[in-house]
Design a protein around this ligand. Structure first.
Ligand code: F6P
Length: 357
């Protein structure tokens, strides 16, 4: 008999169900005696003992279904050691619920913050397997996270649509792309959709260089310009500020997001009208793309094998095209960022894409 728990935590993405299906299908092939407990709404379910006993039928027909059948929520890692409003010790509560159900393993699907709590639970002695989920692709120790490719498709579609209207009207457009503090999604969606200027958190921009990029295109007879701007993009000036100074700036910030600030600056300096489009959470929604379905089936299958091998405390990752078990303690708390000196950035610059630097 194997008893496993499943939990999806943090911002959702397209392929969470596909990954859980992979785990359960893999386990079902290996053992006829399987109990699967789905903790509801992320760590909240584990803390407060809210769970559902799931059957293999629950995992049928969900390969293409976005979201998560067991719900998700954000439970910040930094508050995990802080008792809740009623004084409950969250870590102890999670351990108790795990032991009460006599679980062999808890499979946790989530991004960076989720992974830190997963590692904490491992350090507390629980059997944990982590599956790397996030549209941001910023999890250290895996080439790719699930959700990333699906989100690229959506962001790319959004920029493609903007492209045609921008060309008809000879306009300058900014499309703001998600990705939290890293630029992977913006870089790939921007390159895939032919963005002329791509602004990433890892390469702080100079607004005058951004304007140069627009003017250069105009001088070459190209009336429209598309900017793909990461939600975490930052100017060279702001990148030099201390944490305290940046916080002060943000307290008085009058824009809904960085793209509106950039649009305003371009307008003030040149008189050019700039339109801003923010696809926002659409980038996390809908059905997973075929790549993510395959990725999740592979990661899920390996998670199941790892449980059968009784090898715990790892993230199931894609490393150089192969699925591997990577020790959680080696990767938790680290961020994978775009390297400004990497080949892809050099190649993008080589074909004329400006990063505003
Ligand atoms: O981490 C995934 C992500 O979609 C980020 O790209 C984005 O910054 C954040 O979550 C948005 O969070 P929320 O759904 O809480 O608004």
């Amino acid at each position: 008999m194997k008893r496993i728990g499943l939990l999806t935590s943090g911002g959702d993405c397209q392929a969470l169900n596909a990954a859980m299906r992979g785990v359960v299908k893999g386990m079902s092939e290996s053992t006829s005696e399987l109990e699967v407990y789905g903790f509801l709404n992320g760590y909240k379910g584990l803390i407060y003992g809210n769970y559902k006993l799931l059957t293999s039928a629950d995992f049928s027909g969900i390969l293409t279904k976005g979201g998560t059948i067991i719900g998700s929520s954000r439970q910040p890692f930094k508050l995990m050691r802080t008792p809740d409003e009623k004084g409950l010790d969250k870590v102890e509560a999670m351990k108790q619920n795990y032991y009460k159900l006599n679980l062999d393993c808890l499979v946790i699907l989530g991004g960076n913050g989720t992974q830190k709590t997963a590692n904490l639970l491992r350090e507390e002695g629980l059997h944990i397997i982590h599956l790397p989920k996030t549209i941001d692709n910023d999890i250290y120790g895996t080439d790719v996270t699930f959700g990333f490719q699906s989100a690229i498709n959506i962001a790319c579609d959004a920029i493609d649509c903007i492209h045609t209207t921008a060309a008809s009207h000879d306009r300058v457009f900014i499309v703001e792309v998600m990705g939290h503090k890293v630029g992977w999604l913006t870089l790939y969606a921007g390159m895939a959709s032919g963005a002329d200027i791509i602004l990433l958190p890892e390469i702080p921009y100079d607004i005058d260089k951004v304007i140069d990029g627009i003017e250069k295109r105009k001088a070459a007879g190209k009336g429209f310009t598309i900017l793909a701007v990461a939600e975490g993009a930052i100017s060279k000036k702001d990148a030099k500020l201390s944490k305290k100074e940046l916080k002060k700036k943000m307290e008085q910030y009058k824009y809904p997001s960085v793209s509106y600030e950039i649009a305003d600056l371009i307008n003030k300096k040149t008189g050019i009208e700039v339109r801003v489009t923010v696809p926002g959470h659409t980038q996390r929604g809908g059905s997973p793309c075929p790549y993510d379905r395959v990725l999740c089936t592979r990661l899920g299958a390996e998670a199941a094998r790892s449980i059968m091998d009784e090898e715990y405390g790892c993230m199931i990752a894609m490393v150089n095209g192969k699925v591997k078990r990577v020790p959680l303690g080696e990767v938790a708390g680290k961020l994978k960022m775009v390297n400004p000196d990497s080949q892809i950035i050099k190649q993008a610059k080589y074909v004329g894409i400006s990063f505003g630097d």
